[in-house]
Design a binder for this molecule. Structure first.
Ligand SMILES: NC(=O)c1ccc[n+]([C@@H]2O[C@H](COP(=O)([O-])OP(=O)(O)OC[C@H]3O[C@@H](n4cnc5c(N)ncnc54)[C@H](O)[C@@H]3O)[C@@H](O)[C@H]2O)c1
Length: 319
């Protein structure tokens, strides 16, 4: 039996998941990825093909995870910690197909937590989202702001957070929900609702085509680099304690879509013109995280500035 920490990463073949797996393996953990490959890809983990410390198991978390982990428990012992990232990630899809969202994002979480409770897992870190807030009146948004999610996706993330808090208070399991803002970086899915705009602008700017912005472009987001996010996940995972109180994961900086388009255009040779079209209904105008709680709870501060992170991302998208 191995003396290394045994960590399970649900959704580990996805964008944020595969970067998290990289860090866990570099730290010397044994890692089991559970993924149904709905959006995740085996190639995101291809760099570890020769490693004895990584096992990738095809499994749907909403069916339960006991059977998927049974063989690995024999080999590596008890699961010490879980990073729960597996989810249906499209807000639009969640509105069109709410029951599917509940199955993946709510039942899936309860299945993971039921395993954690019955097996005595030490800590669970969960990928929540800024979508739990809905429209906010005070910026930067703090974790104690009212939560009024505007989609089944946001509701299921918030409901999942309550489950973590419940398990922590009733069963003493340490847990940490993280409310990610707009995560971007290499391996992001070009269709991502969070940062897909970066892929679209990058493709068009590389071809010298016009970049079209919906609305006046003054709408803002808090874009946080995936390398910072995976670092935050590990800091939270190995920090002592965790009562289930959520922490924002962002940079604390607001970036407008106009600024984003200009930067991407610059990195791609500056050949595109930038135009504006009618604003999209229901789009949130401003979003930025208050980042104090993550700093207090597990000493996390984002370090990668947008200019550097974007340059790396655009280069990776250009292949
Ligand atoms: N990317 C962002 O900006 C962002 C922002 C807020 C929250 N999040 C959350 O972070 C997590 C990771 O998102 P991502 O951007 O890496 O997306 P992603 O689509 O790349 O990753 C999700 C992974 O989960 C897997 N998966 C989905 N449903 C599953 C199921 N039922 N069983 C097993 N595996 C399943 C997918 O195949 C994929 O590998 C998600 O929970 C998402 O909601 C992401």
């Amino acid at each position: 039996m191995s003396a290394k920490s045994f960590v399970v990463v649900t959704g580990g073949a996805g964008f944020i998941g595969s970067h998290t797996v990289d860090r866990l393996l570099e730290r010397g953990c044994n890692v089991a990825v559970l993924d149904n490959f709905s959006t995740g890809k085996r190639e995101n983990l291809a760099q570890w093909a020769e490693s004895d410390s990584l096992e990738v198991v095809a499994a749907d978390i909403s069916d339960g995870i006991f059977a998927a982990l049974a063989d690995l428990e024999e080999r590596w012992g008890k699961v010490e910690r879980i990073v729960h990232l597996a989810a249906q990630t499209s807000v639009v899809h969640s509105i069109e197909n709410p029951l599917n969202d509940v199955r993946n994002n709510y039942t899936g979480t309860v299945q993971v937590l039921e395993y954690a409770r019955r097996k005595g897992v030490r800590k669970v870190v969960f990928a929540s989202s800024a979508a739990v807030y809905g429209d906010v009146s005070t910026l930067p948004v703090r974790e104690d702001a009212p939560c009024n999610p505007l989609s089944p996706y946001g509701i299921d993330k918030l409901g999942s957070e309550y489950w973590l808090r419940y398990q922590s208070s009733i069963f003493g399991m340490d847990s940490q929900p993280l409310r990610f803002f707009n995560v971007y970086g290499p391996r992001q899915d070009p269709r991502s609702p969070y940062s897909g705009v970066i892929s679209i602008f990058s493709d068009r700017a590389s071809a010298g085509k016009e970049l079209r912005i919906f609305g006046d472009g003054a709408q803002t987001r808090d874009f946080v680099y995936v390398g910072d996010v995976s670092r935050a996940i590990l800091l939270a995972l190995f920090a002592e304690g965790g009562t289930g109180e959520a922490a924002n994961i962002g940079t604390g900086n607001e970036t407008s879509v106009n600024e984003l388009a200009a930067l991407i255009n610059e990195f791609c040779g500056g050949r595109s013109t930038i135009s504006h079209a009618a604003a999209r209904d229901g789009e949130i105008l401003r979003s930025v995280a208050d980042v104090n709680r993550a700093r207090e709870l597990f000493s996390f501060d984002a370090k990668i500035v947008l200019r550097d992170g974007l340059k790396t991302t655009v280069a990776s998208l250009q292949g």
